[in-house]
Unconditional design. Structure first.
Length: 646
């Protein structure tokens, strides 16, 4: 087996060469000074760090250190320093975080009113402290002042001294409605200590309800006595209902938690906080075959945006279509889903299922139209399934945009591109990735998105190129070279290359140094214990430290996935799910749901029934990327159906 690890010229060229594009940003003396400054900053010796970069006379290095100085809560940066950086570098990453930092200093630093108003002229306050500072700068006679103070009081996160100042100077402008709004805001954020301090400002008739909420949030025992003191109206309060439901859920009182969820008959405040529990109990009901009950959990969700809203629409439609024979109602949900999402994965999902609902409702022409919509997103799971619905047997990869060397050179000399290259020189890889992602998110054209992705890829950071390419894909721009990297695989590995690549892309984005919080390592994210067992099984010498070696990691990872495929009689769905969630969970799901059914549509339902959202997503992403890699490697047969049915 040792002979499998052969010289891999292509792999070395991709992963092990020096940071070619980073060379020349800093000379060696300045690079060493930058490393010394970073070390001082990491010890919170910020003045020493700033002094070091100040002596370097390197403007970009100085900007970088001032950026980190402005962002760090322990740096001692004052309002003037943070605001100066924001005004001078408005295109740098983490602008919202910088603004929050600036606003957090205003009350203590007390900058002149004209400076505060200049700062807010182009950027409205983001925080309660910022709103209060703006109100103070405007003065008591300005028409916006009272409203800003009220909003600040309700939304703000203040120290005890700041609260006292507000109550002393502006208490006459605040009424019971404002105080009630503030305590509600605090309790929905689980800030019970601050809420307790507010009780004296709220009507006595509300004290019992808020004391009960505080006890529930703190997970206190014996809360029944507090609940019994409440009126029927207070017991129906959405905050009380939510806190009682969550209290019961935490204590394993699932039947009681269900009853509280079902008690909420209208759209609640803070609907995203409820969604976690709605979807959990709805999926439990689906597993138990109680589909009407599942829909009851999903009703009145109150969501109107975000991934939770998309999830709610899809889940409702899926239950109605797949389990309740309500294709009309399901179609409405999938139609609304499609109209309210923008990414290719979500649009393909909405369109495919709208087609399925139309088909079930006896409208084949409408169904075909929806499948054509989904098929526009051919690198996505449901886009590929839609293509097969249309009788398309091959995946045609999109033509690729190219840039001239002149365009690349011009882009590489832009400030943020140089910052990215400099950070790689300074071994600040994670921050470099954040900068590159920021550039990808804010790119204004397809050409610019290409250049950003190429910057990461060419700097020997394939996972950076993948990350930037994923941002491009959100705009339906497919960048194959940077988004779906390939390497030369060791010989005689039984796992098909397209599947090995798809797993590596999903696990680490081809980052050989990746390490998860759980301890999984390397390009294919192997747990050391799993790697040791696989090495023993294939008579291969085990080395924990070599799990970060891409050649070593891919041998063990590929062998492990092939073991999983063989263990599940060739099933890709089960093997991929097992790679993500572990064999124990897959055994549990087979016991609970039965083995994956024989028909394609029933097998899709089985896949969507997997309790872990991460694993459902993981299986779909690996299968869609397997199809893309297969086409890139020369076989563009669109076999997504067959892969699912294996």
């Amino acid at each position: 087996m040792r002979n499998l690890i052969i010289p891999i010229i292509m792999l070395l060229s991709l992963l092990h060469i020096p940071h070619a594009l980073a060379q020349g940003v800093l000379d060696e003396k300045t690079r060493l000074a930058g490393l010394q400054a970073i070390k001082q900053a990491e010890r919170d010796r910020w003045q020493a760090a700033l002094d070091i970069v100040g002596r370097s006379n390197h403007a970009l290095l100085q900007h970088f250190m001032h950026w980190r100085y402005a962002l760090n809560k322990n740096s001692g940066a004052d309002f003037a320093e943070i605001a100066t950086f924001i005004l001078a570098q408005p295109h740098w990453p983490e602008q919202d975080a910088l603004r929050v930092r600036a606003e957090s200093t205003m009350l203590d630093d007390d900058p002149p009113p004209d400076q505060v108003l200049t700062f807010f002229q182009a950027r409205p306050p983001l925080t309660g402290r910022g709103k209060l500072a703006k109100a103070m700068a405007l003065g008591k006679n300005h028409p916006q002042t009272i409203q800003l103070i009220k909003e600040a009081w309700v939304q703000g996160d203040f120290t005890a001294d700041h609260e006292l100042m507000i109550r002393t100077q502006y208490g006459h402008l605040l009424d019971a409605t404002d105080h009630l709004a503030r305590i509600e805001h605090l309790l929905w954020d689980d800030k019970t200590n601050a809420a307790e301090q507010m009780l004296s400002l709220t009507p006595k008739t509300t004290h019992a309800m808020y004391k009960a909420r505080i006890a529930l949030i703190r997970n206190k025992s014996n809360v029944d006595g507090l609940i019994n003191q409440l009126s029927s109206g207070q017991r129906a309060n959405a905050g009380i209902v939510f806190d009682r439901m969550r209290w019961r859920h935490k204590r394993g009182l699932r039947s009681g938690a269900e009853s509280m969820l079902l008690q909420q008959k209208s759209a609640p405040p803070n609907p995203k906080k409820w969604w976690k529990y709605r979807v959990l109990y709805a999926r439990d009901a689906i597993e138990d075959g109680e589909y009407r009950k599942a829909l009851q959990f999903l009703q009145h969700h109150g969501l109107s945006e975000g991934w939770e809203y998309a999830d709610a629409l899809w889940l409702q439609g899926w239950v109605e279509l797949s389990f309740m024979n309500q294709a009309d109602e399901a179609y409405k949900k999938f139609f609304t889903l499609y109209k309210n999402v923008s990414t290719p994965i979500s649009r393909a999902r909405g369109a495919y299922w709208a087609g399925r609902a139309a088909e079930a409702n006896g409208n084949p022409t409408i169904a075909q139209g929806w499948y054509r919509q989904a098929a526009q997103y051919g690198v996505t799971f449901y886009g590929q399934l839609a293509m097969r619905k249309l009788g398309i047997a091959q995946l045609s990869l999109p033509d690729q945009l190219s840039a001239t060397q002149s365009e690349r050179n011009q882009f590489a000399n832009s400030e943020l591109a140089q910052l990215y290259r400099m950070l790689l020189q300074l071994d600040y890889d994670q921050t470099a990735l954040e900068v590159l992602t920021h550039m990808a998110e804010h790119a204004k054209s397809e050409k610019e998105r290409l250049l950003v992705a190429e910057l990461g890829h060419a700097a020997s950071q394939p996972h950076h190129g993948v990350r930037a390419s994923k941002e491009a894909l959100r705009e339906n721009q497919v960048l194959l070279k940077t988004g779906w990297p390939t390497i030369t695989l060791p010989e005689n590995i039984s796992l098909k290359p397209e599947l090995a690549f798809a797993i590596a892309r999903q696990e680490s984005e081809f980052n050989p140094k990746a390490e998860s919080h759980a301890g999984a390592r390397g390009m294919m994210q192997l747990m050391p214990a799993t790697a040791r067992k696989v090495a023993r099984d294939i008579n291969f010498r085990y080395s924990r430290s070599k799990l970060f070696d891409p050649r070593y990691n891919i041998v063990l990872g590929s062998s492990y996935l092939q073991e999983r495929i063989d263990a599940y009689d060739g099933s890709y769905i089960l093997a991929i799910a097992s790679y993500n969630a572990g064999p124990g969970n897959v055994r549990s799901w087979i016991k609970r749901f039965g083995p994956p059914p024989a028909s394609l549509e029933a097998r899709l339902d089985w896949l969507e029934t997997i309790p872990f959202s991460e694993t459902r997503n993981y299986v779909q992403r690996v299968l869609e990327n397997r199809t893309v890699y297969r086409a890139m490697l020369g076989d563009n047969t669109l076999d997504i159906n067959e892969a699912i049915l294996r």
